[in-house]
Design a protein around this ligand. Structure first.
Ligand code: SF4
Ligand code: SF4
Ligand code: SF4
Length: 292
């Protein structure tokens, strides 16, 4: 491993420490998921090549600190044999974060880990103008903070009112966190404003007669979020995405847009401030139409 080319080392997940001659080795983790076997291998690597500690990063990452320069090639090789890859840094698509989604969490609407794997398979480590982060929350509770990411995704559930069983008790309107439900004064109809609905499903859960039922499940996409020195919250793409295929087409078009419009070392949120958000929105709509 050529220590003289630090840029290349960093790109490959080997971060120089303050202490001379020591590196923190970033690992390739998807959606915070690791098998017990992989965890054992990481512990072994930390003891064999570091000082027996690991560091958990803010974005579900794992790093092995205190690896001496002369062991960098060996730690990479050792981890490679156990199915744990070394991570990336620099202007690339970074770790895709995700919660456990609908397979584990009772509130989950979408399979967040499966989607994280699909995004990771196609884009992890791919070059872009600056670091680029993707975070996936399985439902509107948004534990993975979608809006903090260059692309954020949240599960979404559509409430659908079926009049017959409704007693016009008003519980659905009372529990709605975004005031998207109205019971008409003559108690003839309950209307849901899908523009205001955040897809949390609370009205469906709390309806005592099941008159408020479940419609489609989908995906809400946010673009241009970041944290760090100058934080920006990601903005909502107008369209609800209906399938993992549509999500992947949208992610592809966002990355294509960033590569075409972004300047070197410019975060995606700042690119969007220059280009305006509608340009991205219409590119996504076009690409989804082409892919369907
Ligand atoms: S975002 Fe939703 S699905 Fe994911 S962990 Fe939080 S509550 Fe569960
Ligand atoms: S909670 Fe159910 S029964 Fe009550 S007003 Fe809403 S839809 Fe009708
Ligand atoms: S799903 Fe949530 S946000 Fe949407 S109407 Fe029901 S309670 Fe309101």
């Amino acid at each position: 491993m050529n220590i003289d080319d630090y840029k290349e080392l960093k790109k490959g997940g080997m971060m120089r420490q303050k202490e001379a001659g020591r590196f923190s080795v970033r690992l390739h983790i998807v959606g915070g998921d690791l098998s017990a076997e992989q965890l054992r291998a990481i512990c072994d690597a930390a003891e064999k090549f570091g000082r027996g500690t690991v560091h958990l990063t803010a974005r579900q990452g794992v790093e092995i600190p205190n690896v001496p320069t002369e062991s960098l090639a060996a730690v990479k090789e050792f981890l490679g044999t156990t199915g744990v890859g070394v991570g990336v840094c620099g202007p690339t698509v970074r770790t895709v974060t995700a919660c456990q989604g609908c397979r584990v969490c009772p509130s989950g609407v979408i399979d967040a880990p499966e989607l994280a794997l699909a995004v990771d398979r196609e884009f992890y480590g791919q070059p872009v103008p600056h670091k680029f982060k993707v975070g996936i929350s399985g439902c509107a509770n948004n534990c993975l903070k979608a809006e903090e990411n260059d692309i954020g995704i949240k599960g979404w559930i559509e409430p659908r009112w079926g009049g017959k069983a409704c007693t016009f008790c008003g519980i659905c309107a009372a529990v709605c966190p975004s005031k998207a439900i109205e019971v008409s004064p003559d108690q003839a109809v309950v209307s849901v404003s899908l523009a205001g609905c955040i897809g949390c499903g609370d009205c469906i859960e709390s309806c005592p007669t099941r008159a408020m039922g479940e419609g489609n499940r989908g995906y809400r996409l946010y673009a241009g979020g970041k944290f760090g020195r100058v934080p920006l919250l990601g903005r909502k793409i107008l369209r609800i995405l209906c399938s993992p295929e549509e999500v992947m087409a949208a992610v592809r078009s966002v990355i294509e847009f960033y590569r075409a419009e972004g300047r070197s070392r410019e975060r995606f949120g700042d690119t969007l401030m220059r280009t305006g958000f509608p340009a991205l929105d219409s590119r996504i709509t076009e690409r989804i139409a082409e892919s369907s």
